[in-house]
Design a protein around this ligand. Structure first.
Ligand SMILES: C[S@@+](CC[C@H](N)C(=O)[O-])C[C@H]1O[C@@H](n2cnc3c(N)ncnc32)[C@H](O)[C@@H]1O
Length: 484
């Protein structure tokens, strides 16, 4: 057994070091470390010392542990990631957004009055807040009454906590003119706090681009008008970048915009997009033609409504066709007996499942009116089905109908109080309403409900989201809430 306080050279010559490095790169995407052994081994060495662990094998075992692993990976990640960022970084991009991109989105979305932006790898929040300042100062009157959301995500919990606090040093503001600084921040000593006006609609979420699913309706990572992922993928290996670019593409509405860092353009990588050259910046655009879901079966019925199988059956036959626990659930609720304690499996029959899959696809394409129509029709036959209420909530959220979202989620939870995804989503809704206690309660419910579930289990209704990932997401939301 080796002694503690090992040098980087000693850590990197440990027989299990190579396997540990592979695991860390796989989990974070940070292929940058593949040829930086001195750097990586000294980060690992510090963790070994802090934990009193003597060798890489024991540390890897800890990282692979279902309980200890995710928390320790988070801890190590806070030192592995580079969070260099500042307000209005690469001014030419912000000029292009202000001149071309935002006006185009406003024109395109004028009926929906909704604008959704994702800053992926947002570090301490300088990027999403810069976007908020741009929108408020250059487009405030045009966006009055709109549902504007800017989601900042990152893998580094410390950065997210800083972002949520909205406090910055002089260094982060270095490229802003003095008068702009003075009108967007309150200064106290060397700390600059962003004004509340620029916090509106800015949300922060824990998200690992390499490991967590997206597009994802849970966590609301879909149907964006604009995505920025700048100076993040430069640390990743080419096959991962290729995969992520495809995922970002699918997260945009048709015609939606994508921006990477000024050193990252690559003709081959962005072939699926249309390239738009602006002065000093290159942008990518998802092509216009949406792949509309095939909903012919759904529209063909005379009522233009119900899945044929459900429409022609009596309520009881519909219940009979549902999976056993869902039928039990519905019957129980109808009798107003105590609500079912055990989680319903929520595996819809094929017609309902197809309709829900279509609603998801419509949402991903930004076709929220069509998705709402689809859900409304489902409600007429499946009003006791918590999953349908849950989807109704996702649709309402996409349409900026936050009150309806909350009601639909509460209905889903009433019908199935163990419906963990609904609890998580309700937490997000309450967070948006600044109902801190309510949000904390919801996220704690999520953690309690997940306690005895297998970490690797995946939710069928959540784009491949696993129990462990949801646990991390809820845990992170609680951490952010506790620090504010
Ligand atoms: C250099 S900063 C870029 C910040 C900002 N986008 C900008 O350009 O100013 C890179 C950020 O990517 C984040 N990051 C690295 N790997 C990530 C991953 N797998 N998932 C999500 N974020 C990640 C880091 O934590 C860090 O905050």
């Amino acid at each position: 057994m080796k002694l503690l306080g090992q040098t980087a050279r000693e850590v990197s010559s440990d027989p299990v070091y190579a396997e540990l490095k592979r695991h860390l790169v796989d989990m974070t995407g940070l292929a940058y470390y593949l040829d930086k052994d001195v750097e990586l081994a000294s980060h690992v060495g510090r963790r070994l010392d802090a934990l009193g662990i003597a060798d890489c094998g024991s540390y890897l075992e800890m990282l692979l542990g279902p309980c200890s692993g995710p928390a320790e990976l988070d801890e190590l990640t806070t030192s592995l990631t580079n969070g260099e960022t500042f307000f209005f970084r690469h001014q030419e991009l912000f000029d292009a957004l202000g001149r071309q991109v935002i006006p185009e989105i406003i024109e395109r979305n004028r009926d929906q009055r909704r604008l959704r932006i994702w800053s992926a790898g947002c570090a301490n929040g300088a990027e999403p807040y810069s976007l908020s300042i741009l929108l408020e100062r250059a487009f405030g009157p045009q966006l009055a009454g709109w549902d504007v959301t800017i989601v900042g995500t990152d893998i580094n919990r410390d950065f997210l906590v800083q972002a949520q606090r909205g406090e910055f040093s002089d260094w982060s503001l270095r490229s802003m003119a003095d008068d702009l600084q003075a009108s967007c921040f309150r200064r106290s000593g060397n700390t600059w706090t962003i004004d509340d006006a620029y916090r509106r609609g800015v949300l922060f979420r824990y998200h690992n681009l390499v490991q967590h699913p997206f597009p994802a309706l849970i966590n609301e990572l879909s149907a964006f008008d604009l995505i920025l992922c700048r100076n993040v993928m430069i640390y990743f290996a080419p096959p991962i970048i290729q995969r992520l670019v495809g995922q970002f593409h699918d997260c945009l509405v048709p015609g939606g915009w994508f921006a990477v860092g000024p050193a990252e353009p690559n003709v081959g990588l962005f072939r699926a997009f249309e390239t738009v050259n602006a002065a000093g910046a290159v942008l990518y655009r998802r092509r216009q033609q949406p792949t509309a879901p095939n909903i012919a079966w759904f529209q063909a019925s005379p009522a233009g409504a119900l899945p044929a199988v459900a429409k022609t059956e009596s309520g009881s036959r519909i219940l009979a066709r549902l999976p056993r626990d869902k039928a039990t659930l519905a019957t129980g609720a109808r009798r107003r007996q105590s609500r079912p304690a055990a989680a319903a499996r929520r595996e819809p029959d094929s017609a309902i499942g197809q309709a829900l899959a279509d609603a998801r696809q419509m949402l991903n394409l930004g076709q929220s009116a069509a998705a709402a129509d689809c859900c409304q029709k489902l409600m007429t036959v499946e009003w006791m089905n918590p999953l349908v209420h849950f989807y109704n909530a996702l649709v309402a959220e996409h349409r900026g109908q936050h009150g309806e979202t909350e009601q639909a989620l509460r209905r889903a939870i009433y019908l199935d109080r163990d419906f963990v995804l609904a609890h998580y989503q309700l937490g997000l809704v309450l967070l948006r309403k600044h109902d801190v206690r309510g949000a904390q309660r919801s996220f704690r419910n999520v953690l309690a409900l997940l306690e005895r579930r297998d970490a690797a289990e995946r939710f069928p209704d959540a784009d491949g989201l696993s129990v462990e990932t949801l646990r991390q997401l809820a845990d992170m939301q609680l951490e952010i809430l506790n620090c504010t």
